[in-house]
Design a protein around this ligand. Structure first.
Ligand code: SF4
Ligand code: SF4
Ligand code: SF4
Length: 168
């Protein structure tokens, strides 16, 4: 398990007690979000992809185990408190995806599931001699939608917030 995955899971070398929750898009900054969201759960049934669950305190977090976020904005429109707040100039979030060492292609297995799921074209496969093509993720093209996570048979892709992305 690499350093990033351990930190996200709150492992032994965790830089902080708990990783930042994966809130719905256009959420206020985490501190502001937790004081603005009143746990009304209005956003949960609004999500056509069924991504939104509640954390231990009743606030919404995203579960990418079966689908990615389409950035449709339905959760934002459903929030009566403005804890999810769309502004045209603001990005939906500062999360992006990273490839980790459990990718099957590194073990010689042919797999392109993540690339096929990425509508943004952020994952390209580089042919190589003597083994299957290796995925390469363009962090500038990745919008953090998480659509590539569920199709990956080896859970090799992780969503990472901006404050953890400087870790190699
Ligand atoms: S933007 Fe749409 S798909 Fe994404 S979490 Fe909100 S309602 Fe669900
Ligand atoms: S999270 Fe990034 S790499 Fe994954 S499908 Fe979305 S845009 Fe593509
Ligand atoms: S879906 Fe997973 S195992 Fe397959 S190429 Fe992508 S990262 Fe590797």
């Amino acid at each position: 398990m690499d350093v990033v995955r351990r930190r996200l899971l709150g492992g032994r070398d965790s830089a902080s007690a708990r990783p930042r929750p994966q809130r719905p898009p256009w959420a206020l900054d985490e501190a502001e979000f937790t004081t603005t969201c009143r746990d009304c759960a209005a956003c949960i049934p609004a999500c056509p992809s069924g991504l939104i669950r509640t954390d231990g305190e009743g606030r919404p977090v995203l579960d990418f185990s079966h689908a990615g976020c389409t950035l449709c904005g339905d959760c934002v429109r459903a929030c009566p408190r403005g804890a999810l707040h769309f502004t045209p100039e603001a990005p939906a979030w500062d999360w992006k995806v990273r490839l980790t060492e459990t990718c099957l292609t590194l073990q010689g297995v042919v797999c392109r599931s993540c690339g096929e799921a990425c509508d943004a074209g952020a994952i390209r496969f580089r042919p190589r001699i003597g083994g299957p093509a290796l995925p390469a993720l363009d962090p500038l093209a990745c919008n953090g939608c998480g659509a590539c996570l569920a199709p990956c048979p080896s859970r090799a892709l992780v969503r990472i917030p901006a404050e953890l992305r400087e870790i190699p």
